[in-house]
Design a binder for this molecule. Structure first.
Ligand code: HEC
Length: 185
């Protein structure tokens, strides 16, 4: 009888722990979604405004200087770390860490095998507290990430002078560009 009681309690404790951790993961995912949404929205707004006002050559700063400023504000506000990363990077500072590299490679191979990218904010496989959202190349991105041979010369020169090791060119609209990666503390 006693043994059964202990077993029952153990099961109850386990069930509660699982339920609690599921709630905690949902909570983390909500924070990650908020962070990704804010970064996406604000970058898009800044870039669109700047491209209209100053053209692509005058907007290189938006991707370069505004992204880290916007990111660190979101990090402080929500208690997360957030970055944009890719297998083909422009700024070495945005290089993927091991988990991001593995994920990006897995997504690339899944695409090659005819798979589709996950929509929305998704958990990293086997990496607690880490979430991502995929980034797809749009028409407006091509002015700075498209074919370097046909890119505006001034833009190409400016990018080359700031990022001599640039790999983030040669994209077409609809291509998989990378991820927004979030760690929830
Ligand atoms: C006006 C030029 C310009 C446009 C337009 C532009 N980018 Fe960028 N992009 C840059 C620059 C410059 C960097 C390097 C930023 C840095 O120094 O962190 C960059 C970096 C990135 C990164 C970070 C990874 C890396 O390669 O360093 C991603 C992701 C990215 N861009 C995606 C996009 C997407 C998606 C679009 C279209 C919605 C876009 N960019 C439009 C200039 C541009």
């Amino acid at each position: 009888m006693k043994k059964r009681c202990v077993l029952l309690i153990a099961v109850l404790v386990l069930v509660t722990a699982v339920a609690l951790s599921a709630a905690e993961i949902n909570q983390q995912e909500a924070v990650a979604s908020k962070a990704v949404g804010l970064l996406g929205q604000e970058m898009r707004k800044k870039l669109t405004e700047s491209m209209q006002k100053y053209g692509p050559a005058g907007s290189i700063d938006v991707c370069a200087k505004d992204a880290p400023i916007i990111s660190s504000r979101i990090e402080n506000e929500l208690g997360v770390t957030i970055k944009r990363t890719s297998l083909k990077i422009r700024n070495p500072h945005n290089a993927p860490d091991q988990a991001e590299k593995e994920l990006l490679e897995a997504l690339e191979s899944s695409l090659k095998a005819g798979g589709v990218l996950p929509l929305g904010v998704t958990a990293f496989p086997n990496r607690p507290r880490r979430f991502y959202k995929t980034i797809t190349v749009e028409q407006t991105c091509l002015k700075c990430h498209g074919d370097s041979a046909t890119m505006d010369e001034q833009v190409r020169k400016e990018i080359d002078s700031i990022y001599p090791e640039d790999k983030a060119v040669g994209y077409k609209a609809g291509d998989f560009r990378g991820i927004i990666s979030v760690s929830v503390k």
